[in-house]
Design a protein around this ligand. Structure first.
Ligand SMILES: [Zn+2]
Length: 145
C-alpha cells in the first residue's frame, strides 16, 4: 500500500489508515474512525481536533486503537520526562487487554524514577496478571543499584 498519492502526511497520533474512500482519522473522544474531512465524529459528534499541545497529544495517543502508536507515544513521553505523563502511563501499565502496551508503560515509568508515583505504579506492575508486564517491572527495579 505504498506509493499512493496522499495529502501531506498527518501527524503521528492521528490515524490515517486508508479505508475505501480515502484517509481516515480517529475521534479524540471515542477513537472511532472517521473520514479525514468529516466536520465531527460520526459516532459521538465530538470535534475531530486532537489536542494542540504536543505532550497532550502524546498522552492522548496512549489510548490509541493502534497499539504501536501507543507504545511509541509512551517511549517519547519517557524521553521527555514530563510529570503530567506519569498518571496516564500508570493507567496504561494497568491495562490487561494488551500486555505489550502495559509493558511499554512500565518501561516508560522507569525513566521517571525516583518519582514516588512512578515507583508506586512500578511496584503495582510487579503483580500484574501478565508475566510480560511483571518481567518488565522486575527489570525496572532490578536495574537499579
Ligand atoms: Zn467520537
Amino acid at each position: 500500500m505504498s506509493g499512493t498519492s496522499e495529502r501531506q502526511a498527518p501527524p503521528m497520533v492521528e490515524g490515517h489508515a486508508t479505508q475505501g474512500a480515502g484517509p481516515t482519522r480517529f475521534c479524540p473522544a471515542c477513537y472511532a474512525m472517521n473520514p479525514w474531512d468529516a466536520a465531527g465524529c460520526e459516532r459521538c459528534g465530538a470535534p475531530l481536533e486532537t489536542p494542540r499541545d504536543y505532550d497532550a497529544r502524546l498522552v492522548w495517543a496512549l489510548d490509541h486503537p493502534d497499539g504501536a502508536t501507543a507504545v511509541r507515544a509512551a517511549e517519547v513521553l519517557a524521553a521527555r520526562r514530563r510529570a503530567e505523563a506519569i498518571d496516564p502511563l500508570g493507567r496504561m501499565s494497568r491495562r490487561t487487554d494488551d500486555p505489550y502496551r502495559a509493558a511499554a508503560a512500565v518501561r516508560a515509568l522507569r525513566e521517571f524514577e525516583p518519582d514516588r508515583r512512578a515507583e508506586a505504579y512500578l511496584a503495582e506492575a510487579a503483580h500484574h496478571p501478565s508475566v510480560i508486564v511483571r518481567r518488565a517491572a522486575a527489570v525496572a527495579s532490578g536495574a537499579r543499584p
